[in-house]
Write a protein that binds this ligand. Structure first.
Ligand code: ADP
Length: 162
């Protein structure tokens, strides 16, 4: 049984994340989507909202589990007795950070392997950060996020008149 942990803030889930989960399911039998909770940051969506949005977007898929953790990712991965971490790579900008993170994690937990996947070309520029920012000014992020996330963003920020 091959399983991978896909950690992230998912604040909120985007179609880029979804594409990565779907690709991950082609490689792994099980994917655990793990929301990293950082008590020092105030997220746009609560952990419960984020979990629910992910569950709604994925639908009934027994091979996907949604969980959350606080603290070091390596501790969480160890606790779950797993050793593969799935991460996404977008443009060059992700590379440096992801490279640092993967090496730091390898140092902290040598048994851990990080696997990188790229999203489809439609989503390589999509980030939760940018989605939040655009939506907060009433911009249309349709097509970048699942419909349930779009509805929740519109509920939070409203919609600019066309
Ligand atoms: P973001 O970077 O969008 O705020 P996260 O911190 O939740 O999102 O990201 C979790 C992982 O998913 C990271 O490895 C990130 O590079 C990856 N990821 C996020 N969006 C995309 C995308 N559009 N294409 C590929 N990977 C992505």
């Amino acid at each position: 049984m091959r399983a991978a942990i896909y950690p992230g803030s998912f604040d909120p889930l985007t179609n880029g994340h979804l594409s990565l989960i779907q690709r991950g399911l082609q490689m792994f039998d099980r994917v655990v989507v793990a929301i990293a909770v950082n008590p020092k940051k105030t997220p746009l969506f609560t952990m419960q909202e984020r979990m629910q949005l992910i569950a709604e977007a994925i639908g009934p898929e027994p091979r996907v589990e949604i969980d959350h953790f606080e603290g070091l990712m390596v501790d969480y991965v160890r606790k779950r007795k797993m050793n593969v971490v799935l991460r996404g790579l977008r443009a060059m900008s992700d590379f440096e950070y992801e490279f640092q993170l993967a090496n730091m994690n390898r140092r902290l937990a040598p048994e851990l392997e990080t696997v990188f996947m790229m999203t489809g070309e439609d989503y390589f520029y999509v980030s939760s950060n940018l989605v939040r920012e655009v939506a907060s000014f009433g911009g249309n992020v349709e097509g970048m996020v699942p419909p349930t996330v779009l509805a929740k963003l519109t509920e939070k920020f409203g919609k600019k008149a066309p």
